[in-house]
Design a protein around this ligand. Structure first.
Ligand SMILES: O=C(O)[C@@H](CO)OP(=O)(O)O
Ligand SMILES: [Mg+2]
Length: 417
């Protein structure tokens, strides 16, 4: 299982921006290839990727990250055993020697970390989910399908970033996916009939010019019903408010501590935000709300959790950034009840697994997630099954970067069941 070589190259993500791909080659001939996604609504506490225009290493963004793999990581890891994932990740963390991986770049480190795992799995002739999760890996996730896009992900007039459908009333993954796709197609038909645009946003969901965020929810309910399903029973709704964006928008207008719905020109206090979210939960079959408040607003997260936590999954994305220190703080403060898990927020596979473990050990739920900028890499599908996460967030079934993950899950289901 010794590493013979590590290659790195620049490839494109789904927004046409450069990103890093790494290829790990073992002495036995097995290979592993992995590429790194990229967010648009990134949390301030995320590990730092080297992008063009904000380079910190050798002054060259993604090219700097590629160079870091070639010149520092590859020579350092050659000869190491690819199955010793934790040691390899620790070596890269130590070599980087910053708290946020800004020296080598979280994208350089993550590409190698994931490619090492894939090479080791291939070397052992195991599918990735089996290598990572052992024979206990068995649960196919319920997808959170982001079918209407707003916020920073689309030019639409909705402030809430993601309106997702969750096919909760089905036994198998392929039935969930089929039902979700039916609703997606029905939604397109309804939107067209009412002369809304059906072009899609970054994650494949529609981006119609609705005047109010609630209209998106009304259309979801209609689409679920017209596709022949019952809202609440077959499908529930999930939202990603991405409220840090609203918090930052208010701050830019000089209103510290408020939330600015910049597309409709409305300010809300944290208390009004909580009341608003509660009202939405009273009116619609909402299962999950992600980032209902901002990454800095710990105090009000507790209040939100007290108000809704017993009946709604409250997910921290920007709040926790897949970082065990922040998750620990959240658990102590009882600030939420679920964590969104994104490999590139923390930057190594083992730290991601640690975050999932801490989340689950404390009785919280972990949702494995893509980024708004993705590639054809399907690691997160395997990861979701490996850790029996139960939920995956990976967009709408209309762009190959998202569909690749769904197709991978279909194949895994066929293998397992
Ligand atoms: O906010 C989010 O949850 C993600 C993914 O949907 O978006 P981004 O990758 O732009 O941070
Ligand atoms: Mg989010």
């Amino acid at each position: 299982m010794k590493i013979r070589d590590i290659l790195a190259r620049e490839i494109l993500d789904s927004r046409g921006n450069p990103t890093v791909e790494a290829e790990v080659i073992l002495k036995c001939g097995a290979r592993g290839v992995a590429s790194v996604p990229s967010g648009a609504s990134t949390g301030a506490f995320e590990a730092v990727e080297l992008r063009d225009g904000e380079s910190r290493y050798m002054g060259m963004g993604v090219r700097g990250a590629v160079k870091a793999v070639r010149q520092i990581i590859a020579p350092g890891l050659k000869g190491m055993d690819a199955s010793r994932q934790r040691e390899i990740d620790q070596w890269m963390i130590a070599e980087d020697a910053t708290a946020n991986k800004s020296h080598l770049g979280a994208n350089a480190i993550l590409a190698v970390s994931l490619a090492v795992a894939k090479a080791a799995a291939n070397g052992m002739k195991l599918p990735l989910y089996r290598y990572l999760g052992g024979c206990g890996a068995r649960e196919l996730p319920i997808p959170m399908m982001n079918v209407i896009n707003g916020g920073r992900h689309a030019d639409s007039s909705m402030n809430i970033q993601e309106f997702m459908i969750m096919p909760v009333g089905f036994m198998s993954f392929h039935e969930r996916l089929e039902a979700g796709t039916r609703v997606f197609h029905t939604l397109k038909r309804i939107l067209m009939a009412e002369h809304y645009t059906t072009s899609v946003g970054d994650e494949g969901g529609f981006a119609p010019a609705f005047e109010r965020d609630e209209q998106a929810l009304d259309f979801l309910i209609r689409a679920i019903e017209e596709a022949g399903y019952q809202p609440g029973r077959h499908f529930r709704i999930a939202l990603d408010v991405a409220a840090t964006e609203m918090y930052d928008a208010a701050l830019r207008e000089g209103k510290d501590g408020m939330y600015y719905f910049w597309k409709s020109g409305i300010y809300k206090t944290p208390e009004e935000m909580i009341a608003y979210l509660k009202e939405l939960c009273d009116r619609y079959p909402i299962y999950s709300i992600e980032d209902g408040l901002a990454e800095e607003d710990w105090m009000h997260w507790e209040q939100l959790n007290r108000t809704l936590g017993s009946r709604v999954q409250l997910v921290g994305d920007d709040l926790f950034v897949t970082n065990t220190e922040r998750i620990r703080k959240g658990i102590r403060q009882n600030a939420a009840n679920a964590v969104l898990i994104k490999v590139n927020q923390i930057g190594t596979l083992t730290e991601t697994l640690d975050a999932i473990r801490m989340t689950k050990e404390n009785g919280w739920r972990a949702i494995i997630s893509h980024r708004s900028g993705e590639t054809e890499d399907t690691t997160i599908a395997d990861l979701a099954v490996a850790v029996n996460a139960g939920q995956i967030k990976t967009g709408a079934p209309s762009r190959t970067d998202r569909v690749a993950k769904y197709n991978r899950l279909l194949r895994i289901e066929e293998e397992i069941w």
